[in-house]
Design a protein around this ligand. Structure first.
Ligand code: PEP
Length: 246
């Protein structure tokens, strides 16, 4: 079995509706997508609409706690009960808007794994860090926090998404070469800890992916699919991106 079977994940962010969920399911279920894992991550209130969907459903965030006095939070167990298989962790918007630190992100990855969810660990550098040339160090620190928390062996059960912050929602996509360089860096860095785990790790690219640029990005040797924001809100466009991944 191909551990690096391409995965295309749609992140709706705080967008969408019950109606969009229905349209998305209709479009994706009626097409014949083969050899690609398809995932939709809508806001919490729409997760249950995806019961019976042929692909997977995931959440955009989870609490680091399992239960209790944490108003407004949602636990990993609750997500499991809604048939989620995946959960985004450490999306740059949560790091920025909600002050999620590398340490908190690492804790959330650990909690997701304990409950049998596959965390999609999002990493990536802001524009100023890209310009300073220090982006490998920035990404390495984000990954180190998770390695310290869970150990390298558990990377077998996670997915990493490289999302340069300057490319998210800006229409400024990383070039296929820029993406490949970082994906290769991540894989080689983890290979120093465990070559087999690193070889089997799925690393997704995210940042202004559209049907028009997906194929070139997905054909890079270390790019194993994508995390799609804006373009995942249009069923036909998202389907075309999924089809570009095989
Ligand atoms: C994202 O939200 O993870 C993302 C990559 O957004 P966009 O595709 O809109 O840049």
């Amino acid at each position: 079995q191909n551990k690096r079977r391409p995965l295309v994940a749609g992140n709706w962010k705080m967008n969408g509706s019950v109606e969009l969920a229905k349209q998305m399911i209709d479009t994706l279920d009626s097409s014949n997508i083969q050899n690609v894992d398809v995932l939709v991550c809508p806001p919490f209130p729409f997760l249950s609409e995806f019961n019976g969907f042929s692909g997977s459903v995931g959440a955009q965030n989870l609490s680091e706690f399992n239960a209790g006095a944490h108003t407004g939070e949602v636990s990993a167990t609750m997500l499991k009960s809604l048939k989620c298989d995946f959960v985004l962790v450490g999306h740059s918007e949560r790091r920025t808007d909600n002050g999620e630190s590398d340490a908190l992100v690492a804790k959330k990855v650990s909690v997701a794994l304990e409950q049998g969810l596959t965390p999609i660990l999002c990493v990536g550098e802001p524009e100023a860090v890209r310009e300073s040339g220090e982006f490998f160090n920035h990404i390495q620190a984000q990954i180190d926090a998770v390695v310290d928390q869970i150990g390298i062996a558990k990377f077998d059960n996670i997915v990493v998404a490289y999302e340069p912050v300057w490319a998210i929602g800006t229409g400024k996509t990383a070039s296929p070469l820029q993406a490949q360089q970082v994906h290769e860096f991540i894989r080689q860095y983890l290979a120093e800890l465990d070559a087999e785990v690193a070889q089997g790790l799925r690393i997704l690219y995210g940042g202004s992916v559209k049907a028009a640029n997906a194929n070139e990005l997905f054909s890079q040797p270390d790019v194993d699919g994508g995390l799609i924001g804006g373009a995942s809100l249009e069923p036909q466009e998202f389907l075309n991106i999924c089809l570009a991944a095989k």
